[in-house]
Design a protein around this ligand. Structure first.
Ligand code: SAH
Length: 225
């Protein structure tokens, strides 16, 4: 089931240009091996330029991470696509938790594909601007919370999928416990001086882990900011 909504785009004059540049971005993701048409469609549909500072808007459809203030970054589109694809692998989840709202871009992409998105962020200022953006873009199926993502969102558990967009040193038990059987937890993990993107499926017996390759994320930090 795809929950595609019409997203209004605020920036006047950028519309036509960004459609073309978004097309090129989607083509690039395809060339780099993203196969899930649902994910490519969602990337096509979400105006990434709205999630970065105006001064960076012209670079929003480059396949690169960009600063969003507070020493944080909006993830590279390829990584957003790869993580979303991994999350959806094995069935479309209906209720998803994201740890690390940041700009709100990954949550807005997920909101196109699943029924309910819950996202937590430890930096209040980022949460404030992403909330405003969801409202302005009429993304109504994302719920946000100012919290330490290590703890998940217990009152809303279980989730059919969990995505973590900051690198942790260990897989938080709380997150695995809040994952429904059959669901995927997609997260970067620090391992031997580098970060690996892992997809951890919760099974009846325990966990099955797939290594999806090397990545670079900002660190997952403790407590609220
Ligand atoms: N998904 C974001 C990427 C943001 S970068 C996007 O699409 O823009 C990672 C984010 O994780 C940062 O905003 C950082 O503040 C947040 N973060 C780091 N540790 C966290 C924690 N323990 N709980 C919640 N958020 C955390």
């Amino acid at each position: 089931m795809i929950h595609r909504q019409r997203l209004s785009s605020g920036a006047a004059g950028i519309g036509m240009t960004s459609r073309g540049t978004r097309d090129r971005l989607v083509q690039r993701l395809r060339d780099h091996g993203i196969r899930d048409e649902r994910v490519l469609g969602a990337i096509m549909n979400v105006p990434r330029h709205e999630f970065v500072d105006e001064a960076l808007a012209t670079r929003a459809y480059e396949d690169t991470a960009l600063p969003i203030g507070q020493s944080q970054t909006i993830s590279q589109p390829y990584i957003v696509a790869r993580m979303t694809e991994a999350l959806l692998d094995g069935g479309t989840p209906s209720k998803v938790l994201e740890v690390g709202t940041g700009s709100g871009y990954q949550a807005a992409v997920l909101a196109q594909l699943v029924k309910e998105v819950y996202t937590v962020e430890r930096i209040k200022e980022l949460l404030r601007s992403s909330r405003q953006l969801f409202h302005r873009l009429q993304v109504y199926n994302v719920r946000t919370r100012h919290a330490d993502g290590h703890l998940g969102w217990p009152s809303q558990a279980p989730f059919d999928g969990i995505i973590v967009t900051a690198a942790a040193r260990t897989v938080p038990d709380e997150l695995v416990e809040q994952l429904a059987v059959g669901g995927n937890l997609v997260m970067p993990l620090e391992r031997g001086g580098e970060q690996r993107l892992l997809s951890i499926r919760r099974t009846e017996e325990g966990r099955e882990t797939t290594d999806l390759g090397a990545v670079v994320f900002v660190p997952m930090l403790n407590g609220l900011a």
